[in-house]
Write a protein that binds this ligand. Structure first.
Ligand code: SAM
Ligand code: DTB
Ligand code: SF4
Length: 328
């Protein structure tokens, strides 16, 4: 019987991460089967409700105002437009709808009031509503919770040691503080990172250790492969190999057994067999729809084919057992 632990050491995680790849996949698959139905995959849809013009300097991000990318700056979308996109996502089989804004932090202004309306609207559609809006105060987290927000995405991205090489406009502790505020408001926590930014394996292990030693594990951990975008400082980073994705996913699965592990950005550059390996290793969630926030993602048709071929079935909404986050 596997127990849930919050006291993982870097050495332990490193031993898991560095074991022979087939053993690692087998261990990930075994833990996965103990805690989840291996045929079930959560389908989430992303929508960028406020695109571009962000004051932060995240080196990977096409939405940072200071880099010259093809992303056009747009103002916050209208509530009606967002709700119609959410309905489309629901009709195409998504059970979680995540709204992203290119903000450093939430401000208490009319735009935030509009986001609150979006959250209310999507939550009445019976989908799990998620937002990713940058840093939050405890009061803002509570306001979102009261509006029906189910989950909040706020990534640590990498290790504490490597963080300053990637972002200088905020600190790792700022990120942890927002995660704490989200947790306190009893919102489901979604936090993960990106690989392929030039970090060492130690940094990947370091990030996993921070996530797995939070008081409670995040309910979701997205594992993104960097999407290198022209104009960003990381535009020339080489593609991460599928084995690196598999190592991250299996290790996350083994040390955080109950968590949903999301095979996130980077699927456009993976074939069916590579994605199948990720599911085998313990991934059980994806972003669907032909766009992530600003970059391409496999389309609905392609994913439908993948679900058929791999005999996967979409996970129902609100399956999390925690009474704190159940809203029905
Ligand atoms: N501005 C908010 C923030 O930074 O928290 C929310 C939106 S931000 C775009 C959400 C996440 O997208 C980032 O934390 C990062 O992990 C991921 N991301 C952004 N650009 C990416 C890229 N080029 N490749 C992979 N992941 C990326
Ligand atoms: C996450 O971890 N990955 C998603 C979501 N959370 C917000 C975002 C990926 C963004 C990839 C680059 C883009 O499309 O702009
Ligand atoms: Fe802004 Fe978020 Fe992009 Fe950083 S990751 S530049 S905070 S939108």
């Amino acid at each position: 019987m596997t127990t849930i632990r919050n006291n993982w050491t870097r050495e332990e995680i490193s031993e898991i991460y560095n074991q022979p790849i087939l053993n690692l996949i087998y261990q990930g698959a075994t833990v996965h089967r103990e805690f989840h139905d291996p045929q079930e995959v959560q389908v989430c849809t992303l929508l960028s409700v406020k695109t571009g013009g962000c004051p932060e300097d995240c080196s990977y991000c096409p939405q940072a105002a200071r880099y010259h990318t093809d992303v056009k700056v747009e103002k916050l979308m209208e509530v009606k437009e967002v709700l119609s996109k959410a309905m489309e996502a629901k009709e195409s089989g998504s059970t979680r709808f995540c709204m992203g804004a290119a903000w450093r932090e939430v401000r208490d202004n009319r735009d935030f009031d509009k986001v609150i309306e979006m959250v209310k609207g999507v939550s009445t559609m019976g989908m799990e509503v998620c937002c990713t809006l940058g840093m939050l105060t405890p009061e803002q987290a509570q306001k979102l919770k009261d509006a029906g927000l189910y989950a909040y995405n706020h990534n640590l991205d990498t290790s504490k040691e490597f963080y300053n090489d990637i972002i200088s406009t905020r600190t790792y502790d700022d990120r942890l503080e927002t995660l704490e505020n989200v947790r306190e408001a009893k919102i489901s926590v979604c936090s993960g990172g990106i690989i392929g930014m030039g970090e060492q394996e130690e940094d990947r292990i370091g990030m996993l250790q921070v996530l797995a030693t939070l008081k409670e594990h995040p309910e979701s951990v997205p594992v993104n492969a960097l999407v290198p975008v022209e104009g960003t400082p990381l535009e020339d980073q080489p593609k991460v190999s599928v084995w690196e994705m598999v190592r991250m996913i299996a290790t996350a699965r083994i040390i955080m057994p109950k968590t949903m592990i999301r095979l996130s950005a980077g699927r456009v550059r993976m074939n069916l067999e590579e994605q199948a390996l990720c599911f085998l290793a313990g991934a059980n969630s994806i972003f669907a729809g032909d766009k992530l926030l600003t970059t391409p993602n496999p389309g609905t048709l392609q994913d439908r084919e993948m679900f058929q071929k791999l005999e996967l079935k979409p996970r129902a909404a609100y399956k999390e057992k925690s009474p704190k986050t159940a809203i029905f």
